[in-house]
Structures are given as C-alpha cells and as structure tokens.
Design a protein. Structure first.
Length: 67
C-alpha cells in the first residue's frame, strides 16, 4: 500500500487543501505541477470545479518490522 498526500489547489476557486490517496499497486504518478481531475465534490469550497493542480506531493511509506 502506497500513500501519497497531495497539496491541491482548486483551479476554479483557488482554495488549497490536502488529500490523501492510496494505491495498492505502484500506479501513483502524481507529479508536482500537474493537473488532476477529481469528482465535483472534491473541492472543500463546493464550487463545483473538478480540476486541481498539484502543488506538492508527499509520499508516505510504511516501514515493516523485520524479525
Ligand atoms: Zn473550488
């Protein structure tokens, strides 16, 4: 399981927020500066915009204990 925290900015109303994404396979390819399309309810301002620019991405890696 790979977790990525993305700092997103709504293209329509320019509000910034963070959102965590999970992916079982290593298919996450969210790069800073790229655009991401989510559902229309993703914006915390409920402005109806569904395009968001990725300001920053922070991958969260889980460390497994080795016995
Ligand atoms: Zn918005």
């Amino acid at each position: 399981m790979v977790r990525v925290v993305l700092e997103l900015r709504c293209v329509k109303c320019a509000v910034k927020f963070e959102r965590t994404f999970e992916e079982r396979r290593r298919q996450l390819n969210y790069s800073e500066g790229e655009m991401l399309q989510l559902d229309e309810k993703a914006c915390p301002n409920h402005c109806g915009g569904d395009w968001f620019s990725i300001e920053r991405s922070h991958p969260i890696r889980k460390f497994k204990r080795r016995f």
